[in-house]
Design a protein around this ligand. Structure first.
Ligand SMILES: Nc1ncnc2c1ncn2[C@@H]1O[C@H](COP(=O)(O)OP(=O)(O)O)[C@@H](O)[C@H]1O
Ligand SMILES: [Mg+2]
Length: 309
């Protein structure tokens, strides 16, 4: 598939500070949802702002739909919609006017049929005449999306779309994003909520200190790291691992009270039932059992830690 966004050796330094972006290369395919995951200050907004033409890079190139964002910015900009991190709406303006106005800013002729379709798809049609200040938080975010889509861009950037919103609203946003993808819009979202990336993205890019640490299909990333860990607490501490239980990767904790066992949660046979039966046969009395899934969060933390180490 042809990439719709090609970022090559992009760097950005604000003033004389440390680089906000350092030699970032990234290619984004048409129709995918890419989540850019990274802690505060990682460079996510800077990256998006450069692609959207709001920040001038210190080096490197960006092409959108084959158009260089600097030499051919007009064509590049037409393909892009941006939902910025901050909610900023004219409080007394009716919803429909504010979407029409944004379309005008892009130099597009009026197209009320499209605006209607857009507002309907975002469940805002009934609210078209409401002043934006009368809307709920979720509706306001959807108005921002409608504005960003008013000129029919092929790529939508969502910068921390759910920062500071409650769980219900977050899920509502995810639903909207999935529907947009179904309509063929390429979506790049930044987040520091790992759950969000885990839930929505086709691919995940991890960014830290201005560098892309990895970009991988989510399934691959989860598969690689998606191990489960089982902890078996014992009534009586063991001095050593019984020889009968050797060779299966069991680890006894230093105090002898816990057995740890890593397994692939997607495997058909995890070996847990067998293990517990065998332990019972050896007279080991189990006090408690708990499992833990290695989440994207741990993957992320381990990546960022490696980087810092
Ligand atoms: N306008 C600016 N002027 C100076 N430094 C900035 C500016 N915008 C961002 N930075 C710095 O660049 C780095 C990356 O910031 P940003 O791109 O906003 O990260 P993120 O969106 O991942 O939180 C940070 O160290 C931030 O302080
Ligand atoms: Mg940001």
């Amino acid at each position: 598939m042809r990439p719709i966004i090609e970022i090559e050796h992009l760097s950005k330094r604000y003033g004389s500070g440390t680089p906000a972006l350092n030699d970032v290369s990234l290619s984004i395919d048409e129709g995918e949802i890419l989540a850019l995951l990274g802690p505060n200050g990682a460079g996510k907004t800077t990256l998006i702002s450069i692609v959207c033409g709001l920040v001038v890079p210190s080096g490197g190139t960006v092409r959108v739909g084959g158009h260089d964002i600097r030499k051919d910015w007009r064509a590049a900009r037409k393909l892009i919609g941006l939902v910025p991190q901050e909610v900023a709406l004219e409080p007394f303006e009716p919803v429909i006017d504010c979407v029409r106005f944004t379309r005008g800013l892009y130099g597009e002729p009026p197209d009320d049929a499209y605006i209607e379709q857009l507002l309907r798809s975002l469940a805002l049609w009934d609210k078209r005449d409401a002043k934006t200040r009368e809307l709920s938080g979720g509706m306001k975010r959807r108005v921002l999306i409608a504005k960003a889509l008013s000129h029919r861009p092929k790529v939508l950037f969502l910068d921390e779309p759910t920062a500071g919103v409650d769980v219900t609203l977050r899920r509502e946003m995810w639903q909207v994003v999935r529907e947009l993808r179904a309509q063929g819009v390429t979506i790049i979202l930044t987040t520091h909520y790992l759950e969000e990336a885990e839930d929505m993205a086709d691919r995940i890019g991890v960014i830290n200190r201005g560098e892309i640490l990895l970009v991988k299909p989510k399934d691959e990333l989860m598969g690689e790291f998606g191990k489960k860990h089982l902890t078996i607490s014992l009534h009586q501490p063991l001095a050593a691992l019984p020889p009968e239980l050797a060779g299966r990767g069991l680890v006894l904790s230093p105090d002898g009270r816990e057995l740890g066992y890593d397994y692939d949660s997607r495997a058909e046979r995890t070996g847990i039932a067998h293990l517990l039966a065998e332990m019972a046969g050896l007279g080991l009395s189990v006090r408690d059992v708990s499992t833990k899934q290695s989440s994207l969060e741990e993957i992320f933390i381990s990546l960022v830690e490696e980087e810092t180490a």
